[in-house]
Design a protein around this ligand. Structure first.
Ligand SMILES: NC(=O)C1=CN([C@@H]2O[C@H](COP(=O)(O)OP(=O)(O)OC[C@H]3O[C@@H](n4cnc5c(N)ncnc54)[C@H](O)[C@@H]3O)[C@@H](O)[C@H]2O)C=CC1
Ligand SMILES: C[C@H](O)[C@@H]1OC(=O)[C@H](O)[C@@H]1O
Length: 257
């Protein structure tokens, strides 16, 4: 048989920022592929809806309202998930935010908040869960949600771009270090998808026209279109892929003239 499995039956996953947007879509998609899913975000009411969708897919949900920028909360949350699920096979570092200031106007507080939310949280989650994955040697997969903004210059903020570029490089170094434990580390680099993070921008017709002008597929992505690549990189269908960033971008990063 040549076709590897895209299924996640018997697997367990953690998704950060799963209260809405891309995180919710990926969390539910992992459940539809067979995984039990622990979901972390700040807003309990958002998490309850994601948990409902996971359970509607026939899988277990473990909800953790917390702040992924705080090490003690990350450690506590990971311990709760391991008590509940016994082991963790998949980690999706999705939580992120942006403050779209011009470089000359960025404040120290803005710098720290974006760095902590987008980059530090992903590293802390990877450290705390990587420890258990290394012990279990269970063919684990870590997936970070970067951005095309980590690869090509966007007008949406230098600090955000720096965090996403750092995520791409962190993916490579963790893949190098943790391959010996059988842990695969990859990232996804989305272009625009309509979520609460981008809703306001995508309601501006001129802005959308500017996006389409650099997007060969000439449309904004639909949330289900990020789920397939996420399940692929989480599953054994990508068992010989590590250290890579897969841009889910309608062709934006290859746009030339
Ligand atoms: N929507 C888009 O077009 C794109 C999004 N991305 C990335 O995808 C990821 C998800 O983005 P969206 O779903 O659009 O964002 P969103 O703003 O709709 O959702 C972000 C989620 O992260 C959670 N979160 C934020 N800070 C947190 C913290 N300190 N602790 C716990 N949870 C926290 C929020 O509560 C929310 O549930 C982000 O990393 C973003 O940078 C990348 C490229 C494009
Ligand atoms: C594509 C980017 O990751 C996305 O675009 C935005 O405006 C958001 O703030 C992100 O930077």
């Amino acid at each position: 048989m040549y076709l590897p499995t895209f299924r996640l039956d018997g697997k367990t996953a953690i998704v950060t920022g799963a209260g809405r947007g891309i995180g919710r879509a990926i969390a539910v998609g992992l459940a539809e592929a067979g995984a039990d899913v622990a979901i972390m975000s700040r807003t309990e009411s958002d998490l309850r809806e994601t948990a409902r969708l996971i359970e509607a897919a026939g899988r277990k949900a473990c909800m953790l309202a917390m702040d992924v920028t705080e090490r003690d909360q990350v450690q506590k949350a990971v311990s709760v998930v391991i008590d509940e699920f016994k082991e963790i096979n998949i980690l999706v570092n999705n939580a992120g935010m942006n403050i779209r200031s011009k470089a000359l106007e960025v404040t120290d507080e803005e710098w720290q908040k974006i760095m902590d939310t987008n980059l530090k949280s992903a590293f802390m989650m990877s450290q705390e869960i990587g420890r258990t994955m290394a012990d279990n040697k269970n063919g684990a997969s870590i997936l970070s949600i970067s951005s095309v903004g980590g690869h090509t210059a966007l007008r949406t903020g230098v600090v955000y771009a720096a965090t996403k570029a750092a995520m791409i490089q962190m993916t490579k170094v963790l893949a190098l270090e943790w391959g010996t434990f059988g842990i695969r580390v990859n990232s996804l680099g989305p272009w625009y998808f309509k979520t609460p993070l981008t809703e306001k921008l995508l309601s501006d017709e001129q802005y959308v026209n500017d996006i389409l002008a650099v997007t060969p597929l000439n449309r904004i992505g639909e949330l289900y279109e990020i789920v397939g690549p996420a399940v692929f990189l989480a599953s054994d269908a990508s068992s010989y892929i590590t250290g890579q960033t897969l841009f889910v971008d309608g062709g934006m990063t290859i746009k030339g003239f």
